[in-house]
Ligand binder design. Structure first.
Ligand code: HEC
Ligand code: HEC
Ligand code: HEC
Ligand code: HEC
Ligand code: HEC
Length: 319
């Protein structure tokens, strides 16, 4: 009865606000877990290998995507984070960062907001450990110490956008109406029981199949909510204002997960089929002789017509 009542109350509030299609699949904000004190603790909390046993295909696909190493990147991201600290934060007079030991979770959020959102569950020691690990990894690379280089690269890759970042932490966007993600639940396309004792429930994530879900990180433009707005992923802005505004109606998931056949291996220009999906190119050429003027007389001339039609749901390239 209590459940029925809270469901009714929830739907009422939602209707009163005029929001349709809302679910109460979340719940009250859970008490925060103790902050992770090391990279290892944070990585263990979000370890995707726990899901391999039963979701082998999703895991294999995900492992090949950039989401599985979102701090390391291609590996361009980790070095760029150092550049942002050394050439940005340390030079800004009011950032509070003069030295690596001044780095905090808040200061690293300028990148981690999207590259590692779960960093907000860690202490400042972890933020400093991440920077120290990237420096040690670069040094090992320069010195040709391959074993150490690989070991550190693995440690950096253990920090990523894993299964539970999307299927729990980021799964509910409108938390005041739909509730906060619960610790015993994975969020997917239906409500039910989950045959996994650590996470015994499945609940419907209201927007998992909608573009706004990806838009949480593939953003709109500058992140004004940060003390010092940064701008990196901007495709959701371009999707809304240049694609949807001109009649485009497919979602990120439809193109990147379904039509591409790649599922959780969300790719772009690194995948041959995505490149084919991206552009229609029509080239026409003809050559002729042209009487230009009295002085130059008849000259050879070429006319080349190139039609480029962007079929992606946004501007390319991004960033
Ligand atoms: C012991 C097996 C097992 C483990 C381990 C497991 N799952 Fe599942 N999971 C299942 C089964 C079975 C289903 C139901 C599949 C269905 O109904 O389509 C399921 C369903 C799901 C769904 C819902 C799919 C949908 O949209 O209907 C998600 C999301 C999910 N699991 C995520 C995870 C994540 C994340 C992990 C690791 C933290 C995990 N699972 C670990 C067995 C498991
Ligand atoms: C938690 C934040 C987050 C969410 C949610 C997210 N992404 Fe990403 N995505 C990233 C980051 C960060 C990268 C880049 C990682 C790197 O290389 O440093 C990325 C990379 C990608 C790439 C590869 C781009 C390239 O340059 O090759 C594609 C494609 C992509 N994401 C699509 C999606 C789609 C589609 C969704 C929604 C289903 C989604 N992402 C949801 C953060 C996110
Ligand atoms: C608004 C979310 C967001 C923020 C904040 C953000 N990024 Fe990104 N970043 C992304 C996404 C999403 C991608 C995926 C590719 C794309 O859209 O170009 C990406 C891609 C990248 C890439 C290219 C990926 C590769 O592997 O080659 C680098 C490098 C990068 N980010 C570095 C940074 C750094 C450094 C910061 C902090 C100063 C930062 N980003 C802040 C979302 C973000
Ligand atoms: C970047 C976000 C993201 C990450 C990371 C992610 N998923 Fe998903 N997952 C999605 C989205 C979005 C869908 C729904 C796709 C759709 O609507 O077509 C989905 C669907 C699913 C489903 C439902 C069945 C299916 O395959 O469509 C399962 C099961 C699942 N994910 C498991 C996992 C597991 C296990 C991992 C980790 C190895 C994982 N996911 C990592 C975004 C993510
Ligand atoms: C109509 C299909 C379509 C839709 C909708 C779509 N994409 Fe793409 N996207 C593509 C294709 C095709 C590419 C490959 C082009 C390339 O990267 O050169 C691409 C490339 C990308 C890239 C790499 C950009 C780069 O730097 O070149 C990212 C990241 C991405 N998409 C994310 C998203 C997100 C997030 C959404 C939803 C907000 C989305 N896409 C919607 C088709 C689509």
């Amino acid at each position: 009865m209590k459940n029925l009542f809270s469901l009714a109350a929830c739907l009422f509030v939602v209707t009163a606000l005029g929001v349709s299609g809302a679910y109460c699949s979340g719940g009250p904000r859970p008490a925060p877990l103790p902050k992770a004190k090391t990279i290892k603790e944070l990585a263990d909390r979000y370890d995707s290998s726990k899901c391999i046993e039963c979701h082998e295909e999703a895991h294999e696909q995900w492992e090949n995507s950039l989401h599985s190493h979102s701090i390391l990147g291609s590996p361009r991201t980790a070095p760029t984070i150092l550049t942002a600290i050394d050439k940005g934060l340390k030079r800004f007079p009011f950032s509070g960062v003069k030295d690596d030991k001044d780095i905090t979770v808040e200061s690293l959020m300028i990148c981690a907001k999207c590259h590692l959102p779960q960093l907000d569950e860690a202490t400042d020691d972890v933020a400093q450990e991440i920077v120290a690990t990237i420096r040690a990894w670069q040094k090992a690379g320069k010195e040709g110490n391959e074993d150490l280089y690989e070991e550190l690269e693995e440690k950096i890759s253990s920090l990523n956008i894993g299964c539970m970042v999307c299927h729990n932490k980021m799964a509910i966007i409108h938390k005041w109406s739909d509730g906060y993600p619960q610790r015993d639940t994975v969020y997917g396309s239906q409500d039910g029981e989950h045959e996994y004792e650590d996470l015994p429930k499945i609940a419907k994530a209201p927007a998992l199949s909608e573009s706004i879900f990806c838009g949480q990180c593939h953003g709109l433009g500058p992140n004004f909510e940060l003390e010092h707005p940064s701008q990196c992923g901007t495709l959701y802005g371009s999707y809304l204002y240049a694609y949807v505004a001109h009649g485009g109606f497919e979602t990120c998931q439809e193109c990147h997960m379904n039509k591409s056949g790649l599922g959780h291996d969300m790719q772009a220009y690194n995948d041959e089929d995505m490149i084919k999906m991206a552009l229609d190119i029509k080239v026409e050429a003809r050559s002729l002789f042209w009487r230009k003027n009295k002085a130059e007389g008849v000259i050879p001339m070429g006319i080349i017509m190139v039609d480029l039609y962007n079929k992606a749901g946004h501007v390319i390239p991004d960033g």
